[in-house]
Write a new protein. Structure first.
Length: 119
């Protein structure tokens, strides 16, 4: 699932943007398309890192699609570019989502197989 933020990623809207993204991740988002984000500032990097941490806590990761050059430059400046998965390729985001779905299904099946049978 791809989440498209409708809130600027700035200091003035950080709390709202963060919470909306966290809800999307909790609902299974594996990609965040930043193309329609109207404004970013240095707080945007913190928001993206928080979203990445939330995804990792669920055993997943997030692909960030269509980030502005400003946002990518800020991530590089702060030394966190390698922690965030930026791409402009929706196919990569889709493939990652499918891979995560398969991994989760296999993990659930393995957990069920390891439980003793009940008669």
């Amino acid at each position: 699932m791809i989440y498209q933020p409708d809130t600027p990623l700035t200091m003035s809207s950080a709390k709202e943007a963060l919470e909306k993204g966290l809800r999307a991740i909790e609902s299974g988002a594996t990609a965040i398309d930043l193309a329609s984000v109207s404004a970013t500032d240095s707080v945007a990097v913190s928001i993206l890192l928080a979203w990445e941490r939330a995804a990792l806590a669920r055993g997943a990761s997030i692909v960030f699609l269509n980030a502005s050059t400003t946002l990518v430059s800020l991530a590089k400046l702060y030394g966190v570019f390698e922690l965030l998965h930026f791409t402009t390729d929706p196919a990569q985001a889709f493939a990652q989502g499918i891979a995560q779905d398969i991994t989760q299904a296999l993990s659930q099946a393995a957990a069920q197989d390891s439980q003793p049978a009940r008669h």
